[in-house]
Design a protein around this ligand. Sequence first.
Ligand SMILES: [Zn+2]
Ligand SMILES: [Zn+2]
Length: 343
Amino acid sequence: MRAMLITGITDLKENREPLELRDVPRPEPGEREVLLKVLTCGVCHTDMDEIEGRTPPPRLPVIPGHQVVGRVEERGRGAGRFKIGERVGVAWIFSACGRCAFCRSGRENLCADFRGTGRDADGGYADHMTVGEDFAYPIPEVFSDSQAAPLLCAGAVGYRALKLAGIADGDNLGLTGFGASGHLVLLTVRRKYPKARIFVFARAEKEREFARELGAVWAGDTGDRTPEGLQAIIDTTPVWKPVVEGLRNLASGGRLVVNAIRKEDTDKDSLLRIDYAADLWLEKEIKSVANVTRADVSEFLALAAEIPLRPEVEEYPLEDANRALVEIKERRIRGAKVLRLSA
Ligand SMILES: [Zn+2]
Ligand SMILES: [Zn+2]
């Protein structure tokens, strides 16, 4: 089968073709696993964090990709949850131990043995992949293969961030960064909290325009001040400046949720500008989102189908995965980028 592989840690600024297209053996489904024929796979900033070594794969080469939509082609011994031909999704959570205190309390995303799809196990930048059937999700009919892909990470992790933000209907919510995740969170908020007012911070005017089109009441640059204090902000950027600037826009008691598996170090010195009195005092909080649980993914898919969410997607053939990654690196983003493996 064809696969795009991470073969070594590299910097995308110098190496614009970090992934290598290779012909590799098709995997066999193990016990209680299914073999999927991959239809689409979303491209995520976390793929870049792996390639650039911020969250390096423990073994190389590895096939990245953790927003996978595929059809069940074979079932391993003991696998019976899905029918052959059924369309299912795979998200970032590839497996967790199932026994520890975190796993038993619904916080399996914090399990010490958490394995990420496309980092700790091969993912969906390939014609086929295998996954434990308990870590796959039926994909609601209303979504096309491409629309479903970004829901599995950008959408589901965004949904977890929204839960952690703890807003009430009518609150002011800020979104800093307006890529794949930001735009899905905005659409979800409009459904779940119809009276919430959404404020979007984005560097590019094009992104701000897109945010207004989707219903943001205000859109400005990362360093701008909002006309009103915000009860919560969800940060989906890979850098620090938006966090520091965001804190200033929080209302007293407000919470800023950092939705990123890793941050880049490029502007880490921005953190020195945090002023305790202005930025953190009055019970402001900063909280991170680790990743996702299976419950987050299932709940979000159901909610997204009910809305129904129509993520804006751009499709690329598998061999153009490098181009899609470079465009994300350079923040040429409108909606979500998706690899199309098969029709
Ligand atoms: Zn992701
Ligand atoms: Zn565990």
